[in-house]
Ligand binder design. Structure first.
Ligand code: DC
Length: 219
């Protein structure tokens, strides 16, 4: 089973690159951030306090979440648009620090990939925790300014404000005790600041081909 782990901070280009790569490799694509966002959306909709560990964990374990390449629904409600809104974006990193939620979502991520027979999976802890034996682990990064500018181009706003929000979220994602954002020693780092998307995708595709060849030859 081929599993490509794409980790890195917000705005590094993970979604665009992971989607394009999945298409090229004929694999399914899983955005694990969307799963944390969907739980956050459902918690806010139900007027739960996002930091209420047990209530939010109960919701995460009981909800029905349906994930497709371009959409996500939770308990029958299409959350594809709403999970990108400012309320969810502000609250999601609190939900992502909840260890009970993380355990539940990790289980769902592993089941999803096994049902699909592999995939390109993007997140923060994919290569480090969810799929430590992934075929290839890529750590995507870009300079803070480039990342903030990309977010502004996507959803508008003030570059400085967005840069501050991104820095705060990076800090929370990297310093939480359960599966923080980190680079593993066996991952390949790709800085996307000055490289066009198609070149990054081609580069990663070549890495996958080389990995597959190594695996075949070592058998
Ligand atoms: O990639 P994103 O911005 O949609 O992620 C939303 C939040 O979820 C962000 O705070 C990081 C967190 N996250 C996580 O902790 N682990 C993952 N595997 C994916 C996302």
């Amino acid at each position: 089973m081929i599993v490509i782990a794409i980790d890195g901070p917000a705005g590094a280009g993970k979604s665009t690159i992971a989607k394009a790569l999945a298409k090229k490799l004929n694999l399914r694509y899983l955005d694990t951030g969307a799963m944390y966002r969907a739980v956050t959306f459902a918690a806010l909709t139900r007027k739960l306090d996002p930091s209420d560990e047990f209530e939010v964990a109960k919701l995460a374990s009981q909800c029905v979440m349906l994930i497709n390449d371009d959409s996500i629904s939770i308990d029958g409600v299409d959350a594809t648009q709403a999970i990108r809104g400012p309320e969810v974006t502000r609250a999601v990193s609190v939900v992502a620090t909840n260890s009970l939620v993380r355990t539940e979502l990790r289980g769902r991520q592993r089941r999803w990939v096994s049902e699909q027979g592999g995939g390109v999976v993007e997140g923060r802890d994919i290569g480090s925790v969810v799929f430590p034996d992934a075929t290839l682990k890529v750590y995507l990064t870009a300079s803070p300014l480039v990342r903030a500018k990309r977010r502004v181009a996507q959803s508008g706003g003030d570059v400085e404000l967005i840069a501050a929000e991104i820095a705060e979220r990076d800090q929370r994602d990297s310093s939480r005790s359960d599966s923080p954002l980190m680079k593993t020693s066996d991952s390949v780092t790709v800085d996307t600041s000055d490289i066009p998307v198609n070149e990054v995708v081609e580069h990663i595709e070549q890495l996958v081909v080389a990995k597959k060849r190594n695996i075949r030859e070592s058998k």
